[in-house]
Design a protein around this ligand. Structure first.
Ligand code: NAD
Length: 479
């Protein structure tokens, strides 16, 4: 297919990036702007030939990149981060157009993408030396796996990609970024931008439809799959990877509980809990999705969070907080939850859903004390619906919070550090916060328990996921 010459980074044409070149495909596709339903620009529709070319280039580039000094790899990632920063406004505008998040939230995601590139690039993974006895020294090394594939979802297409790109490239792997069909634009543009800083084939990107992911995950030329997405797709990825024993890291769904204790600072907790539930229209794996409020403060907490939720600005204007749902499938899924809530006759103190005709907008919705076995409590809605549930007994609320097959995040809200720590200790989740939620950092490992994932990303532990372990035993006979 046609190869395009690099020029100034334009934000209206989009290409695959294969072996250091911009490539068009015979057929193309596009997504739509979820706020307006307008079509976005055309993007490549990759074929198995594009996949073969990208994998061959990634394999050819791998040995040279693996031999490149750690500090030189770090430097290249930091230069790429700097270039992304210079283009922040264009990337944020594009992100709003493809993902739907309002301008301020889009700027925040680009800033976080840059922070993740830098935060991970500045990590180290030195060899470890173990002296067994006077004659044996063992050196434990972390060596790159080869060709990695980063598969990202549509909710945070920039930031989640940046975490994978930095960790894979820093540890000496080449990487192929597979963008989501719903949000392909920023990822393709980031790969285009990156070509000035990495040798050909080291950082590539492919766009396509639903066939592209399985082509990559089942390919014997791939050594590592770093996947972020739903639990259902994660299972398929693992099945596909099993054929070649390809390494996998799975960052999957969540159904995070927040436990609000009787002594919580209600006025401080309410805006934080609402924000961390409705941010990105609730389309965050680790958003608060269930709030258990102690019965002694339940009514006050409910009334205050309802009032706060009514003040949330919905739209894509400059100061809006909550944009539309990202796509029709997700919009319909959230509508199904709303229908079920209506059918069950649950009390919905706020959430008017009849106000928009264009775009996938749904107002933030609070559900007042639905049943524990209701759909909205049991399933991840991945949308702006938050159930409040009343509790009275500590042991019982811990059991209810843990009674999910998910285990991504959880939080405890209390002014008593001892009580908060005691409850936190018993919560089954990869990240547990006290008086906070969703406070993530690039140097801290992020992992899901139970069906929320396998392995972890970010932090030094995340780097290890892109490496094989090699133990070298040095033996010297005593004279
Ligand atoms: P999804 O699983 O539908 O898609 C994720 C990615 O996988 C997309 O790029 C998609 O094209 C690709 N894909 C689809 N089928 C595939 C297959 N058979 N083989 C390989 N790749 C395939 O998820 P989504 O709807 O894009 O994202 C929402 C989900 O992601 C939610 O469940 C959310 O909780 C989860 N998520 C998890 C994290 C985390 O870090 N744990 C972060 C963000 C989102």
């Amino acid at each position: 297919m046609a190869t395009i010459k690099f020029g100034a980074l334009g934000f209206d044409k989009f290409y695959n990036v294969i072996n250091g070149e911009l490539k068009e495909t015979a057929a193309t596709r596009h997504s739509i702007n979820p706020a307006t339903s307008d079509p976005n620009p055309e993007v490549p529709l990759s074929t198995p030939i594009d996949v073969e070319e990208a994998i061959a280039a990634a394999r050819a580039a791998f040995p040279g990149w693996a031999k490149t000094q750690w500090v030189a790899r770090r430097d290249a990632i930091l230069q790429f981060a700097g270039a992304l920063e210079k283009n922040t406004d264009d990337f944020a505008t594009l992100l709003t157009r493809e993902q739907g998040k309002p301008p301020q939230i889009a700027l925040g995601e680009i800033a976080n993408g840059i922070r993740w590139l830098r935060g991970i690039a500045n990590l180290d993974l030195p060899s470890e030396v173990v002296n067994k006895d006077a004659t044996t020294q063992i050196v434990i090394k972390y060596v790159p796996l080869g060709v990695s594939v980063a598969i990202v979802p549509w909710n945070y297409p920039v930031m989640l990609a940046c975490g994978k790109i930095a960790a894979s490239l820093l540890t000496g792997n080449s990487i192929i970024l597979k963008v989501s069909p719903f949000t392909p634009y920023c990822g393709l543009k980031m790969a285009e931008l990156a070509q000035s800083f990495f040798p050909a084939g080291v950082f590539q990107a492919l766009s396509g439809d639903d066939r592209l992911g399985p082509w990559l995950t089942s390919h014997p030329g791939i050594d590592k799959i770093s996947f972020t997405g739903s639990t259902a797709t994660g299972k398929k990825v693992m099945e596909s990877a099993s054929k070649n024993l390809t390494r996998v890291t799975l960052e999957l769904g969540g159904n995070d509980a927040a436990i609000v204790c009787s002594d919580a600072d209600i006025d401080s907790a309410v805006p934080k809990i609402a924000t961390l539930s409705f941010l990105n229209s609730g389309q965050i794996c680790v958003a608060i999705k269930r709030v258990y409020v102690h019965e002694s403060i339940y009514n006050e907490f409910r009334d205050k969070i309802v009032a706060y939720t009514r003040s949330i600005q919905v739209g894509v204007e400059k100061d809006a907080f909550m944009g539309p749902l990202q796509n029709k499938v997700q919009y319909d899924r959230v509508q199904e939850h709303l229908d079920d809530i209506k059918r069950q006759n649950y009390h919905v103190p706020t959430g008017n859903h009849d106000f928009q005709t264009v775009g996938y907008f749904i107002n933030p919705t609070i559900v007042d004390n639905p049943a524990d076995d209701s759909r909205i409590v049991q399933e991840e809605p991945f949308g702006p619906i938050l159930p409040l549930l009343s509790w009275s007994n500590e042991e019982e609320v811990i059991r209810r919070a843990n009674s999910s097959c998910m285990g991504l995040g959880a939080s405890v809200w209390s002014t008593d550090p001892g009580v908060a720590a005691r409850i936190a200790e018993h919560l089954e989740a990869g990240s547990v916060w006290i008086n906070s939620h969703l406070d993530i950092e690039p140097n801290i490992p992020f992992a899901g328990h139970k069906s929320s994932g396998i392995g972890c990303e970010w932090g030094v532990e995340g780097l290890k996921g892109f490496c094989n372990i090699k133990a070298i035993y040095f033996k010297q006979d005593m004279p």
